[in-house]
Design a protein around this ligand. Structure first.
Ligand SMILES: [Zn+2]
Length: 218
């Protein structure tokens, strides 16, 4: 019996040594693992701030619905997703405080990308289709805006990406865009934006644009 017990003891000791060596080795030994990029999705407005309004429809509802559709598409593409809001809430006591909180969340989480979703409005009622905005100083943000615009072209009228000086885009530390998904002031857009099928189509196109951007070298 002794020799068998000896072997078992020896194997046990070897296992303990092997485990110890593995535990001591630096974590970088796990090769080939790329950190999963985190995208912060920012549904515009919320709570006491409805954003643009039309009869029976508010910007804050539409931005949340599209963002909720967008998250799963991005997760399918291997991204992690964090929402600045998942309910009908504002993130601060004032509009500037609300916007600062959205920026703070993205910067604190060191997000790879920041994607804000909004709905446009303008007085003539004639303009329709999505516009993707970026701050002009950020070449990567402009590249992201172009990639998203390219995929949005597949679902209807669209506009070229446009530079803008917006708080959440300026103060986030990563490539950031504001996807204005259409005009609540336009009857056609107003109709389309209220349709769940169109919201899904928008979300799918935005996710495709983000994915293409991410996998294309500058
Ligand atoms: Zn808005």
């Amino acid at each position: 019996m002794m020799p068998e017990r000896g072997w078992i003891l020896l194997i046990g000791i070897l296992l303990v040594i092997a485990y110890g060596l593995m535990a001591m080795s630096p974590r970088t030994v796990v090769t080939g693992s790329v950190p999963t990029p985190l995208i912060v999705l920012d549904p515009g407005h919320g709570g006491r701030d409805p954003g643009a309004v039309a009869p029976g429809l508010t910007e804050k509802q539409i931005t949340l619905a599209v963002a909720e559709d967008l998250g799963p598409f991005l997760r399918q593409q291997g991204f992690r997703v964090f929402y600045t809001r998942t309910g009908d809430v504002h993130l601060g006591p004032t509009v500037p405080a609300d916007l600062n909180e959205r920026v703070r969340l993205a910067n604190t989480l060191a997000a790879a990308l920041f994607v804000s979703i909004h709905v446009n409005t303008e007085p003539s009622g004639q303009v329709w289709g999505p516009i993707v905005y970026y701050v002009p100083e950020s070449a990567e943000s402009r590249r992201l805006a172009s990639a998203i615009t390219d995929t949005l072209r597949g679902i209807g009228p669209y506009h070229a990406p446009r530079p803008i000086n917006q708080w959440v885009l300026r103060y986030t530390h990563m490539p950031a865009v504001n996807v204005e998904i259409g005009f609540l002031s336009n009857p056609s857009d107003r109709y389309r934006l209220a349709q769940p099928a169109f919201q899904i189509a928008l979300a799918r196109a935005v996710a495709q644009g983000i994915t293409r951007y991410w996998h294309t070298a500058p």
